[in-house]
Design a protein around this ligand. Structure first.
Ligand code: ARG
Length: 463
């Protein structure tokens, strides 16, 4: 091989290696956290007499200039500097000269990246929490308009008992409330500052970790340097929290797809959130909830991917951990847009009350109420009442009626043991009465649902 060819091959290899090794093309997302962390670090070094006042001032002003350059698109991101940390430090030194080289005193990229990434995760936990709060608020508002709208409650996707639609929606308000609380508790648990852990074992410099922790809004410094630089539990937690929240988003999306189908027609999605087919001119497709459901997969993938990266790592820092970021960035972006979109879909959906209520007349939804009546009024053992009710259901089927439409005579004719049943049973089998009979705590009756709505409103106010 000629010398020239040899050189080209070497250059090509170097280029491939840089591309493989570098994280700059994705960790530039962390520029603002990196600069914030560096400013806090420099201020602490100055307080401790490691940097002079003048040096610190130059560093801080220089870092703010780098930030400006990045935000105005002037900053050149190059593979020559492996990651955002090196790129910022290098540019700082270009701007201010020798003092720039003092910034990294008592710091390693290992604690630096752990700090930047944790700051990012903490900031995002708060903004996702806000979006979840808005979503809960929307579910509660729509629910409050439908506490008397009947909808068939299902188990096994088969008609079971009548509910009100508000109650059904409140189930999702509860899910998203738990999600919000999960982000909140992760935030508390992880709000500790890695900065000052250095490479893995701390530093001989006279640093003040409490000072940087305070400046960055953390509760306190972490307790163990080696654990800190190799720990990515905070990233796993946000990935899990996002995955769980996406799972809830996916479940309501599945219902939206079903409810808007021709067979159900319970809701119509606002035209803004439905799309047309390129071939079938009559179609209106629920692409948005389908995409919300579909995007859940990648978010699960990101969680499994980082769990897998972490499982075999010896202490302390290993380059494998560089693989922690892209999945988190992707999951964060996915949940943010998903929560915003779902919020709008729920706000703007058109509820077809008649279709929901008519659907309740199929499937003998109040059958359990007959059995409950026999237990309560005639002191009958539940299992006996259950079999008698089956006979009444059969009778209704033979008459092509729903159990809620039977006359007292028809009920009496169904089984000898109830040939004298009080005529008030007819009221008990009425679908709305059946829904309203479920007054137990957490039950579906309109009164219970309204109480639950009040509790939610109070909770939202205090949030
Ligand atoms: N680029 C690395 C990351 O994203 C941070 C630097 C630590 N690297 C190192 N070789 N000590 O995790």
């Amino acid at each position: 091989m000629s010398n020239q060819n040899n050189q080209i091959l070497k250059n090509t290899n170097a280029q491939i290696l840089d591309e493989f090794n570098a994280s700059i093309m994705f960790d530039k997302e962390l520029y603002s956290q990196d600069i914030k962390g560096s400013i806090a670090h420099s201020q602490m070094l100055c307080e401790q007499g490691v940097l002079t006042f003048d040096e610190q001032k130059l560093i801080e002003d220089g870092l703010l200039q780098v930030k400006d350059e990045i935000e105005s698109g002037k900053f050149e991101f190059s593979l020559a500097y492996e990651d955002i940390h090196m790129a910022v430090e290098n540019r700082l030194t270009e701007i201010i000269g020798e003092p720039g080289k003092r910034l990294h005193t008592a710091r390693s990229r290992n604690d630096q990246v752990a700090t930047d990434f944790r700051l990012y995760v903490q900031e995002k936990s708060l903004s996702i929490k806000d979006l979840l709060k808005q979503l809960v608020d929307t579910f509660v508002n729509v629910a409050s308009k439908h506490t008397e709208t009947l909808i068939p409650g299902m188990t096994h996707l088969q008609h079971a008992q009548p509910l009100n639609f508000g109650y059904h929606l409140l189930a999702y308000a509860n899910m998203f409330k738990r999600d919000l609380q999960r982000f909140e508790s992760s935030y508390e648990r992880n709000n500790y500052s890695p900065l000052g852990s250095a490479a893995l074992a701390g530093t001989p410099h006279n640093i003040d970790r409490q000072s940087t922790s305070d400046k960055l809004g953390f509760t306190a410094p972490t307790a163990h340097a080696m654990d800190t630089v190799s720990d990515r539990d905070f990233a796993l937690e946000i990935l899990f929290n996002i995955a769980t929240s996406m799972m809830h988003i996916s479940r309501i999306s599945e219902e939206l797809v079903t409810w808007s189908s021709y067979e159900f027609q319970f809701i119509r999605m606002s035209d803004e959130y439905a799309t047309t087919s390129s071939i079938m001119p009559q179609k209106k497709n629920p692409d948005v909830p389908e995409l919300l459901r579909g995007k859940t997969g990648r978010v699960y993938g990101n969680l499994i991917s980082l769990l897998t990266v972490m499982k075999g790592l010896p202490l302390a820092y290993n380059k494998d951990t560089q693989e922690d970021k892209e999945g988190v960035f992707d999951s964060v972006k996915t949940i943010e847009i998903s929560l915003k979109i779902l919020n709008e879909v729920i706000k703007t959906m058109i509820v077809n009350v008649d279709k929901m209520e008519n659907a309740c007349k199929i499937g003998h939804l109040s059958a359990t109420d007959l059995a409950d009546f026999l237990v309560q009024k005639q002191n009958m053992p539940f299992r006996t009442a259950y079999y008698i009710t089956k006979d009444v259901v059969e009778k209704a089927n033979s008459l092509n009626k729903d159990i809620s439409e039977l006359t007292v005579e028809e009920i009496r004719e169904s089984n000898d043991e109830i040939k004298d049943i009080d005529e008030e049973i007819v009221m008990y089998l009425d679908l709305r009465n059946s829904m309203n009979a479920r007054t137990s705590l957490g039950g579906t009756s309109t009164i219970q649902t309204q109480k639950q709505i009040e509790n939610f409103k109070q909770w939202l106010e205090e949030k």
